[in-house]
Write a protein that binds this ligand. Sequence first.
Ligand code: GDP
Length: 478
Amino acid sequence: ADLLVVPETDIIKALFFKGIAANINQILDIPTITMVAEEFDVIVTTAEAEAEAKKVTEMLDAADLDKLQRRPPVVTIMGHVDHGKTTLLDSIRKTKVAQGEAGGITQHIGAYHVDVEMGGQVQQVVFLDTPGHEAFTAMRARGARVTDIAVLVVAADDGVRPQTIEAISHAKAAQVPIVVAINKIDKEDASPDRVKQELTEYGLVPEEWGGDTIMVPVSAIQGENLDTLLEMLLLVAEVEDLYANPDRLARGTVIEANLDKSRGPVATLIVQNGTLKVGDVLVAGSAFGKVRAMVDDRGKRVDKATPSFAVEVLGLGDVPAAGDEFEVYKDEKEARAVANTRVDQQRQSRLQQAMASRRVSLNTLSAQAQEGELKELNLILKADVQGSVEAILGALQQLPQKEVQVRVLLAAPGEITETDVDLAAASSAVIIGFNTTFASGARQAADELDVDVRDYNIIYKLLEDVQGAMEGLLEPEM
Ligand code: GDP
């Protein structure tokens, strides 16, 4: 009350309207404080959250901190099938790149950048070329964090659809800010307001309605309003504080790789810190190599790549995997040694991960709860029908959430898919299935990634297990 500068009774009242009967001597937990403060238009942050935000990217070291420079945002386009993701990517590229470029023809390397003029200054935005949350989350499941901003495409004539909801869940789970592109506004039956209305149900409230989500009406096909969309991306980027130190050896992530018949292993690397140069010795995943040549997204040979830019690199001895990290080494011997140990390590760590650290199951979570280490229980819920989803969500909310909060990353009717498994692996979540089955490939993926999938057909039993895990009381599995 002191910090909010309101009478204590107002806080107690606000809590009461949220169904929490509290008295003045009670200590509230962070989520409750956050919720109440929102009522008074105050945003709550914790020291931990601040520290996390300051870390900018995991690719930064302490030594970089005084040499930081702004870097362009890296953007992924997500949304329901046929809502215009590919058209939007193509259209932005065509309108912004083809004109006046030497060569003109662009090359698909997995990412491209565009120049955007704003306030008399030219800035860049980098787009990852593979749309959809599947690719996004598959990378994240491998530990890669490349995307800074997600553009959620929603067709104005179709509204929010299942994959729209999935995309929102995946972006939120990754804590990546969302900018909404309401597409196909050229169509007669387009209804942008309906889209906005529907999105509010998923926590995305447009700025003009008092929320903080930027929503831009566009027509990907007619190229309408794309400039505004790009400017909005730059605005969000500014708030996100995207920095890197170009003045050091590069590190980043592999976004594509394949074996080319004539050129050998070819990998597209996105630089997340430092500057990558021709002649650099690097290790990507377990592949070792010396950069022989680099080609940018305009098909041009370049001799360096700065933060946020992607280049196709020739010279690796092996084909790394998308999502692998890469790092440049000063010393070739050291790089070779790292690559060699990586090969063994990868094999080992796959085993270890499966057995220990990454293994998240309701039982291990329960054990953590018992130790008082568990703060959040991440769940993914798939059920037979929407009605079950809602019933279970309602019941989960009723569970006492004192020490441990249930966080439902995704709740939807349908089979358990490989993408669900990736999301679970990337977010340390447990999948709860209710009267549903595995889609093809999903069970195998769950085994490989060691994701705990629980099957229920009685809600009561499901709740009992979740509550048991939250309280650290779940009996070890036989
Ligand atoms: P994706 O599955 O999300 O990648 O969707 P696509 O980009 O393949 O687009 C699906 C269909 O919608 C295609 O037939 C596009 O031509 C069409 N489309 C995409 N954007 C627009 C738009 O702004 N207006 C109209 N009228 N059609 C669009």
